[in-house]
Design a protein around this ligand. Structure first.
Ligand code: SAH
Ligand code: SF4
Ligand code: F3S
Length: 489
């Protein structure tokens, strides 16, 4: 998922419905791969692993599905509408295949894991089904489908982290990159399909993470986002009971990992996602506070502001616990942006419970939020235990209230950022004008300013002079002025 300028406060597309054909050179002889990715950042990061594995097997990538020998769709199951959209896409590809019978179509990712043989057998939509832990097997599976067979590998692993595979970067800006630090999820939030599609939680070797960040920095990248479903439970050389596995190997927890990555270079900015409120400890906050290149931004999904709903969701925290974590953030880092995810209309949600989500939002005043209608997912605990009893219309009405409130908070929070000088990492050309560039400050706030002689990938100092919607506008100032007046790192 590429990060966009002026990212919408209301983004129903983040987890499930975005689309990014990959780029790359194509040559006459090699087999050609076209890959489309949907879903969360983790899927986009996995696509980079997939391209790496298939490049080694002699594939070149193409942006044109029509000239491909192999079309892969990396899919998401998080909500029903995400799956529907992908099914439509697969139907379309199936029609293309009639015109070009040699074309092979494969489905990767969470839908592949969830539906397995169903897509092959019942619907005859694809030739190949490959789950998130089976990408090393792709070259072999392709050979199998080349002989006219169907191929499936949806085995989940307890160990696979693709640690040593160097991803082929598909993000075009060359400045910001995702780095996967763990896979899977051991939490059993009752609404969520991820534990079924991604398997058990496992952390990646810290040395390989740090090495990847070094390589990225050398290639000109200036920001990494460390990815995991629950980054706060990252651990190396500790078992699930917290016991040290090998006394000769250092123990690395998430706060330690942040410090290791921050040390790669002071000019490498570090972000991470997603923090889980039940596991977010003060040592992570203290690490952030003491390193200027650990960006002051935390994505802390709340899902609901009501403790009874949170219990039904099996989130492992209460409203009070969550607000205590927010208080800890504000205490340790007085200036830090916070964003969240909210689900409207979960099973049994009463009007009063919905109201408590609104009141929590008023207390926290999030900088940004992703907001969703509850979508029942097959096999989840919620599907088995609770009735999906809030009507679609009522879910929509509650969601709209959440969105309206959040929009006002997002605008207010951006307006609060007007005034100071910020250190800004330039990410690209503004969508509105070729003469303007955009970049982000530490709070993930987007600033737009005159292009001048500045280049993508550089840091500049920008005085934020006004805000429109959720975008800041400003003027670049010299380093001397920034130093004299002070700036936000
Ligand atoms: N691991 C992250 C979330 C990953 S899924 C965490 O625990 O915070 C991203 C978001 O999708 C979730 O935070 C939740 O808000 C939303 N989501 C997940 N399952 C959903 C469902 N069944 N219906 C609606 N939204 C859902
Ligand atoms: Fe899903 Fe919960 Fe795991 Fe997040 S923490 S991926 S919501 S089960
Ligand atoms: Fe979707 Fe799977 Fe990510 S379900 S949100 S692609 S982990």
């Amino acid at each position: 998922m590429s990060v966009r300028e002026g990212e919408q406060t209301i983004d129903e597309t983040r987890q499930g419905e975005s689309f990014a054909p990959i780029t790359g050179e194509s040559s006459g002889e090699s087999r050609k791969l076209y890959l489309e990715s949907y879903g969360c950042a983790m899927n986009f990061s996995d696509s980079e692993i997939v391209v790496s594995i298939l490049s080694d097997a002699g594939f070149v990538t193409t942006q044109d599905a029509d000239e491909a020998d192999l079309v892969l769709i990396n899919t998401c199951s998080i909500r029903d509408n995400a799956e529907k959209r992908i099914r439509n896409r697969l139907q379309h590809l199936k029609r293309q295949k009639r015109l070009k019978p040699a074309l092979k179509i494969g489905i990767l990712g969470c839908m592949a894991e969830r539906l397995r043989d169903q897509l092959l057998e019942e619907e005859q939509l694809v030739d190949m089904v490959v789950g998130p832990d089976a990408y090393r097997d792709l070259p072999r599976l392709f050979e199998e489908v080349s002989t006219g067979q169907k191929a499936v590998n949806t085995l989940l692993s307890r160990e696979e982290t693709y640690a040593e595979i160097e991803p082929v970067r598909l993000d075009k800006n060359g400045v910001t990159s995702f780095v996967s630090i763990m896979r899977g999820c051991d939490n059993m939030c009752t609404f969520c399909v991820v534990p079924f599609t991604r398997g058990r939680e496992r952390s990646r070797d810290p040395q390989s993470i740090v090495a990847e960040c070094h390589t990225l920095f050398e290639k000109g990248y200036r920001e990494v986002t460390l990815l995991g479903q629950n980054v706060d439970s990252y651990k190396w050389n500790l078992d699930n009971k917290g016991q040290v596995k090998d006394p000769a190997v250092p123990v690395v927890r998430f706060a330690d990992l942040l410090i290791l990555v921050a040390a790669v270079n002071p000019d490498l900015r570090v972000r991470f996602s997603t923090s889980h409120p039940k596991d977010m400890t003060d040592d992570v906050l203290l690490a952030m506070a003491s390193h200027t290149n650990l960006c002051k931004y935390i994505h802390l999904p709340v899902q609901s502001g009501n403790s009874d709903v949170l219990k039904r969701m099996n989130r492992g925290y209460t409203r009070e616990w969550y607000l205590d974590r927010v208080a800890a953030i504000r205490r340790i880092m007085p200036a830090c942006a916070i964003s969240t995810d909210v689900i409207s209309g979960f099973c049994g949600e009463t009007l009063a419970e919905h109201e408590s989500t609104l009141s929590l939002m008023r207390e926290v005043r999030y900088d940004m939020a992703f907001m969703f209608k509850y979508s029942e997912r097959p096999r989840t605990l919620a599907e088995r235990k609770f009735e999906d009893d809030v009507t679609d219309e009522e879910k929509g009405r509650r969601l709209q209230e959440v969105i309206d409130l959040q929009s006002s908070h997002a605008r207010a929070r951006i307006t609060d950022q007007v005034g100071p000088i910020y250190k800004v990492l330039i990410e690209g050309t503004s969508r509105k004008s070729e003469d303007e560039l955009f970049g982000r400050n530490t709070f993930n706030g987007v600033l737009v300013f005159a292009r001048g002689q500045h280049q993508v990938g550089q840091y500049v100092f920008v005085r934020a002079s006004s805000a429109t919607g959720v975008t800041l506008h400003g003027e670049v100032v010299s380093e001397a002025i920034a130093n004299e007046e002070g700036y936000v790192e």
